[in-house]
Write a protein of this length. Structure first.
Ligand code: ACO
Length: 426
């Protein structure tokens, strides 16, 4: 039996019936009800309570702190999978067999190289250009090299361009990093796996082969798995929104990179380190927390639109911090972070608002221990999120319910005014 919600306009007595399906009512059904002659709409800045698509990729239960990709718990994937295996799962809906995984890894390896002319583009950026800006511009520029991606309805072309971008993203990121350091680019080494090769392209000096500690490679895999997708967040919404006008996947991912760059989204881990540095030592924490409670400061790395419990990714990263610090030595800011977390979790302000550490609270500490400058932190988020963006892109452009994104507004500007010639303006 269909559930129905009745909505009555008290002043006129007009009544409409809204069928409830999957816990939602159709916003367009509200159009039937006229209020002061105008069809009724909803007002929802930031999409707090508006579903914009059906999706079978990622499931989050924010109250329970659950995150699943295609039904698999992220904890299990972080424990047992590699990033490329997880990317395959996100894109195809199933974990690969051993043969499928080997083919997929081979395909991605074949697409690691950047077009030569893209190096010229990278060389043209200012010496201190932010790597996220270079990444965003270069991702968009890929379309000029692969215009076949415009036909997103062609399955083979779409698969090819998805593999191209997943293959090239670490190379692009590493080149942006080396450009900032004025160091020569290191070409991909096909004998290395995805994360090992990435570390080599970043940190290789004059040695013939780059030997990375396997524990660091594993830490990188885990971080990449945890960042691979997160359903309809700000950057994914940007990807889907740009896809809705019929764009190629490079343009869409470039929009995702731009959205991710913001300090309230992927840029938060950079902001966390800045905050921890400003606090400096545990004895300064009470003063900082008091400033947060007065609304003068924001506790970066805390709070989430969806999680009203501990972010499951933060739990895993918190554990990984210890492993990484075993190899690299302890970052003294860890003590500040741990004490800050303890104080916040026991404070009524944070408890009543259900503010818990999110994925970014500890990830910056690991990235810094691995030798990355803060400007690279969001780039390290963008590389793995590319798989999620592409899975969401693919789902979006094949969705029969897809309509071009075009929200309503409530106009608050001036009413009609007569034009005043420039000579007569006061
Ligand atoms: N520090 C202090 N207070 C906070 C914080 C915070 N980090 N986050 C939320 N609040 C407070 C708000 O001031 C508000 O209080 P009020 O009810 O007294 O006005 C209440 O909690 C609700 O917060 P909103 O801003 O309405 O929550 P929203 O869902 O819009 O924001 C966001 C979520 C942007 C993540 C927010 O919690 C925030 O700014 N956090 C810090 C930045 C951050 O860590 N971002 C990374 C998120 S994870 C990711 O993107 C990968």
């Amino acid at each position: 039996m269909t559930e129905v919600l009745k909505l009555c306009h008290e002043a006129t007595g007009d009544e409409i019936s809204l069928p409830v399906s999957e816990g939602t009512v159709r916003a367009t059904d509200l159009l039937q009800l006229k209020v002061r002659g105008e069809p009724l709409a909803t007002f929802d800045p930031g999409f707090f309570n508006t579903a914009v698509c059906h999706s079978a990729i990622t499931y989050i239960d924010g109250d329970e702190g659950v995150l699943q990709y295609r039904g698999y718990r992220v904890e299990d994937l972080a424990e047992n999978s590699t990033y490329l295996e997880t990317a395959y799962l996100l894109l195809n809906g199933e974990l690969p067999t051993a043969g499928q995984l080997a083919d997929w890894e081979q395909t991605i390896t074949e697409h690691r190289q950047l077009p030569d002319k893209l190096r010229i583009l990278l060389n043209g950026f200012p010496y201190d250009a932010h790597p996220m800006s270079m990444l965003m511009a270069s991702t968009a520029a890929f379309f000029t090299f692969y215009p076949d991606s415009q036909d997103y309805t062609d399955l083979a072309s779409r698969a090819l361009n998805i593999a191209r971008l997943i293959g090239k993203m670490p190379t692009l990121a590493a080149f942006c990093y080396r450009k900032g350091k004025a160091k020569p680019y290191v070409d991909p080494d096909d004998s290395y796996g995805y994360c090992h090769n990435f570390l080599a392209m970043l940190f290789k000096q004059a040695e013939r082969k780059y030997a990375a500690d396997p524990r660091l490679i594993r830490a990188m895999e885990v971080l990449f798995i945890l960042h691979a997708d997160h359903e309809q967040n700000c950057s994914t919404n940007a990807v889907r929104s740009v896809a809705s006008s019929g764009n190629d996947l490079y343009t869409c991912v470039s929009a995702g990179v731009g959205a991710l760059h913001g300090p309230l989204h992927g840029g938060a881990n950079e902001a966390v380190l800045k905050m921890l540095r400003e606090i400096g030592s545990p004895d300064q924490i009470p003063e900082f927390v008091a400033a947060v409670k007065r609304g003068e400061r924001r506790m970066m790395g805390f709070g989430h639109r969806v999680y009203k419990n501990y972010d499951p990714r933060a739990k895993i990263i918190r554990k990984a911090v210890a492993d990484v610090f075993d190899i690299t030595g302890v970052n003294p800011l860890l003590r500040v972070a741990q004490e800050l977390e303890k104080i916040a979790l026991n404070d009524e302000y944070f408890a009543s608002r259900k503010l818990y550490p999110n994925v970014d609270f500890y990830s910056g500490l690991i990235y810094e221990a691995l030798g990355f400058p803060p400007q690279m932190f969001t780039v390290l988020f963008a590389i793995p999120r590319t798989a999620g963006w592409l899975a969401q892109y693919q789902e979006c452009v094949t969705d029969p319910e897809l309509r071009i994104a075009r929200p309503k507004q409530i106009y608050t500007g001036a009413g009609h005014r007569s034009y005043v010639p420039i000579a007569e303006r006061g």
